[in-house]
Design a protein around this ligand. Sequence first.
Ligand SMILES: Cc1cc2nc3c(=O)[nH]c(=O)nc-3n(C[C@H](O)[C@H](O)[C@H](O)COP(=O)(O)OP(=O)(O)OC[C@H]3O[C@@H](n4cnc5c(N)ncnc54)[C@H](O)[C@@H]3O)c2cc1C
Length: 316
Amino acid sequence: MPESNRNLRMHDVVIIGAGPAGLSAALWCDELGLDALLLEQRQEIGGQLLSVHNAIENYPGLRASNGRELIERFAERIDNADFDLWTNVEIESVDLKARRISLRSGEQLRAISIIIASGVRPRELGIPGEKEFIGHGIIASATRDRALFAGKDVCVVGGGDAAAENALLLAEVCPTVTLVHRGKRLSARREFLERLQSNHCITLFKESHVTRILGNEEAEAVEILRKDALKPFQVAVRGVLVRIGVEPNTELFRDQLQLRESGHIVITSEQETSVPDVFAIGDVSNPLAPTISGATGAGATAAKVIASRLNSEMRR
Ligand SMILES: Cc1cc2nc3c(=O)[nH]c(=O)nc-3n(C[C@H](O)[C@H](O)[C@H](O)COP(=O)(O)OP(=O)(O)OC[C@H]3O[C@@H](n4cnc5c(N)ncnc54)[C@H](O)[C@@H]3O)c2cc1C
């Protein structure tokens, strides 16, 4: 499309986020004859699938050895679809009521409906050393980085399934795994808890916080503060993996629609938010079962609801 026309066009639907939910919504919009524009802030589509290093066995009809393989399968389908996809897009502001989107590049977009599919990101500890040691001791994923940390002492922070699973994977190759959890009890499933208890490489500190990651060029230790203790203590580790949950990507919309306490967007059974004609799909509105199939299903629902509303308005 010529640059000059980009500002003028009114879209049926603008979708924010090209993870599984946004991609599914865009494909369904195409199938239903809606004019859709899909905006993605990253250079690549796929969302969290880009950081899935395990095999995906639970998406019906497709098995993929990791997230990238599944993205490739999605991309094959998208190549044949008729919707606009803009990557590397920086949204400056969104006026949900007016359904107007301003991009950092200066472009203004308008839409009859907006679909928010902005997903979630891993929650950070927000402690000194966490950012500084990325690539120098911060472990992004046990599945991917295990070989790099084999033979080294490591620390895992968190108490849910993801933390437990990663600790168990690291314990297969690391001499010691220090597991630090702020709560009284781990929330991981029973199978993981039993395996953690019987694994002699894993030391668990409950009701404790990692307050600093220390080191020079590379991470060398974590500082741990136990509840009720006055002074922290240090444990020598060469790797730190953080799995303390996720945060929904809702900064752009936060004051304009109803959110749950967790920050997830409140939706109706039609995927509609508290603002009419603004929909939210996938993990950003699904704290209970954040899955690929849930995200793609929600994309289909939102597109179908929008198409049927537009059709009935045209018939009037
Ligand atoms: C390690 C790991 C393993 C997993 N394994 C499985 C599994 O085996 N099976 C399963 O079903 N699920 C699995 N999941 C969960 C699954 O990946 C998610 O449920 C799914 O990706 C959610 O899709 P989504 O489109 O809602 O959000 P996301 O995948 O989070 O995508 C959101 C997209 O929106 C973009 N975005 C955010 N803000 C903006 C903005 N302002 N402007 C433009 N774009 C924006 C992001 O860059 C991203 O591309 C796993 C997740 C992880 C992290």
